[in-house]
Design a protein around this ligand. Sequence first.
Ligand code: HEM
Length: 149
Amino acid sequence: MSSSLYDDVGGLAGLRLLSAAFYRRVLADELLAPVFADFTPTHLDHVAVWLAEVLGGPADFSARLGGHQALLRSHLGLGIRDEHRRRWLDLMAQAIDEVLPDRSELAATLMDYFEWGTAIAQEVSQDPAGTDLGRPGPTPRWGYQGLVH
Ligand code: HEM
């Protein structure tokens, strides 16, 4: 109960498995594959490192991958539509089901984060590449009670 989401998903190894299960689905999906046309395997690893930081693990995305600012910038210009976001969430729910321990509170909490985070990604994606995002603040942290900060 007092453990972090990071521990409960199995740390970075668990998040890599989740990321791989998710992108296997994304790249086979006719709606999302074109959005991810520039996908590279580093993307998979970067998503795992981002999630580790958000879920209470090491702050490596901030330390070596550009932090919150870089995460937001990755989505500029993508023009994500509602149906893209819904499909993204469907595929993530399937990936969670496939690779994470069978714990409904953990899955529900992760999906709360993904509902919140995908809305931000969609909003940012309407702005063109190169838009100045100002100072977005530190990487958000998510726990069993929702947004920590
Ligand atoms: C909580 C929600 C999300 C998280 C945590 C997330 C995470 C990330 C991360 C970490 C990157 C950078 C990858 C890298 O550095 O290589 C990225 C890029 C990207 N994201 Fe997201 N993302 C989210 C939502 C979405 C949604 C809803 C879409 C579209 C439906 C999307 C589409 C993309 C695309 C197309 C890229 C660039 C791909 C590439 O560089 O090959 N993301 N995302």
